[in-house]
Design a protein around this ligand. Sequence first.
Ligand code: 5CU
Length: 381
Amino acid sequence: MPLIVDIHTHVYPPAYMQMLRARKTVPYVHDPSDAQDPRLIILSSDDDPSIPLDQRGRPVDSSYWDINVKLDFMRQHGINTSVISLANPWLDFLEPSEAQLWSERINDDLEKTCAEVNNTADPGKILSLEQKETLFAFGALPLSAPSSDIVVNEIKRLKTLPHLRGVIMGTSGLGKGLDDATLDSVWSALQDTETLMFLHPHYGLPDEAFGGPEVTARYGHVLPLALGFPLETTIAVTRMLLSGVFDRFPKLKILLAHSGGTLPFLAGRIESCILHERKFISGGGDVQGPQRSVWDVLKTNIYLDAVVYGKPGLEAAIAASGGDRLLFGTDHPFFPPLDDKESDWPSVTTNYKAIHATFDENAGVVEGVLGGNAARILNLK
Ligand code: 5CU
């Protein structure tokens, strides 16, 4: 059996859940403390005052915060190693004065959880035979902190935590998006420490892009998650490219969620629009414009997860970035089966099937995508 590594799997540690329970604005948890599951309200479109609180957002259960439930899920789906990350919206919404404390708290908590599960916290402890799953983690950054030095220091500190293998980050950066020049010290720290950044969406697109709030609400989470999330990622990474981030930091390593949103499919069009842009110096204008091609960046700076649920998406991803840069993921605990009696998660089995349908003629690629690539890129020992 090949090694299976899940690099896209989230947690809301208990302390974070507690903090969300105390909040009344997005993101928050409504927990009536009766027999019902608490409700998680994280997307701005969830926070509709015309919907009663106990129907707002989505129900959440212990799979969102209990690491033992994650381990059961791993066993059930044949996953050997998971690289866990705080789920969206991470620490983006915190007051500047709280950001550093929370990022240290969450990252130390992730480290402790991994050490306990991997038995490195107590090497003398005897593990049961079933307990062979291992965990690593991506850390969360204090992006709302009063100074980017605090972010840089946390990136450096994460290198001292044995189970941390990178950072997860949304698309807002320090508040102005990822083409903000004040992020240069963060890119520099990520590059110098060889820290991989997992870029993940959260904010989607404005409701107007889908026809207004009523249309968005009519279809639940489908429009924000199926279209808003991938386009948000595509826009964020394209802004990085256009502003020259990859020219200034040619060794940055970025893992894009959901197979890069739509980047692999749109790369040719993005490249063509850049080559035809009169604003750029290359087209006679006065804006620098990107110096490296999208294709070069895709093959040297970008890694893609394989969370795209279908063959055409995987084919675009592998054609754009390469079979050695594509990594299996589940997006657990999001997208649980709606039918309680179903034990396998269709969101996971669909991804497994798509990987086999796409790459089965090439066992090396299948093994790489399922786990070999992650083990090599993230140094998972
Ligand atoms: O279902 C969702 O809203 C999500 C989410 O918020 N984050 C994620 O990673 N996947 C799905």
